[in-house]
Ligand binder design. Structure first.
Ligand SMILES: Cc1cc2nc3c(=O)[nH]c(=O)nc-3n(C[C@H](O)[C@H](O)[C@H](O)COP(=O)(O)O)c2cc1C
Length: 198
C-alpha cells in the first residue's frame, strides 16, 4: 500500500495561539515513520465565514470558494490528527466551522485526537468524538493530552514538547493505531469504489 496521507489539523487561528506547537511536534514524530506522509492543515489558510450555505455539502454543493478549496484539501487525506484547544470546555468555534464545511470528505476515514489545556483539552477531545461520529470519522482510542504542569511548562515557560519524555510514547501509540485504522478504511473505501464501478 502507498503511504497513508495524514492531515494534522490545527484547531485555532488567533495571532498568539499555541496550537501550532503541538501540531509541529506531532508532525516531527510522524515524519519519522515510513507508513505515512503528513501535512499540517492550518485553518488560518482557510478563512471561511461562519457557515452560511443553504445546506451541508452532504446535500447541496457549497458556493463559498475558500470552503470549496478546504473540501478539496480534506478529500485528499486518508486520516487526520486533530490537535485541539479547549475553549470553555468545548472545541474552538473555528474548528467546528471547518468541520461543518465538509461532509463526504470526512466520511469513512480515521481520526486521532490530541488535546492541550488545564486538563489536556480532554473535554474538547470527548466532544470532538461525538461530532466525529456524525461525520462518519472513526476516532481511535489513544489520545494525547498535554495537561497540567506539562501544559504550563510548554505554554508559559518555553519548554519544548519533545523534552516532555512521558508524552512521546503516547504519540507513537496513537500514530500506530491511526495507521491501522486509516489503512483498513482506505482498503474498504477502495473496495467500495470497485463494487460501485462493477
Ligand atoms: C476563549 C477561551 C476559552 C478557554 N477555555 C479554556 C477551558 O475551558 N479549558 C482550558 O483548559 N483552557 C481554556 N482556555 C485556555 C487555553 O487552554 C489556552 O489559552 C490555549 O493556549 C488555547 O489554545 P490556542 O493558544 O491554540 O488558542 C481558554 C482560552 C480561551 C481563549
Amino acid at each position: 500500500m502507498s503511504k497513508l496521507k495524514i492531515g494534522i489539523v490545527i484547531s485555532t487561528t488567533r495571532a498568539t495561539r499555541f496550537g501550532h506547537k503541538p501540531a509541529e511536534w506531532v508532525k516531527s514524530i510522524a515524519a519519522g515513520r515510513s507508513d505515512m506522509a503528513v501535512e499540517i492543515l492550518d485553518l488560518r489558510d482557510y478563512p471561511m465565514p461562519f457557515f452560511d450555505e443553504v445546506a451541508s455539502n452532504a446535500w447541496v454543493p457549497t458556493t463559498n470558494d475558500v470552503a470549496q478549496r478546504w473540501q478539496k484539501k480534506v478529500a485528499g487525506f486518508d486520516g487526520f490528527v486533530f490537535v485541539t484547544a479547549e475553549y470553555n470546555h468545548g472545541i474552538p468555534a473555528v474548528l467546528k466551522n471547518a468541520l461543518d464545511y465538509a461532509y463526504p470528505e470526512w466520511n469513512k476515514k480515521a481520526a486521532a485526537l490530541v488535546g492541550y489545556g488545564a486538563v489536556g483539552g480532554s473535554r474538547a477531545v470527548e466532544q470532538l468524538r461525538l461530532i466525529a461520529a456524525e461525520l462518519q470519522l472513526a476516532t481511535i482510542r489513544t489520545g494525547v493530552y498535554i495537561q497540567g504542569a506539562d501544559f504550563m511548562a510548554v505554554w508559559k515557560e518555553g519548554k519544548e514538547l519533545k523534552e516532555v519524555s512521558h508524552l512521546q510514547q503516547g504519540v507513537k501509540d496513537m500514530l500506530d493505531q491511526l495507521a491501522w485504522w486509516a489503512a483498513a478504511l482506505k482498503t474498504a473505501r477502495q473496495q467500495d469504489s470497485v463494487t460501485k464501478a462493477a
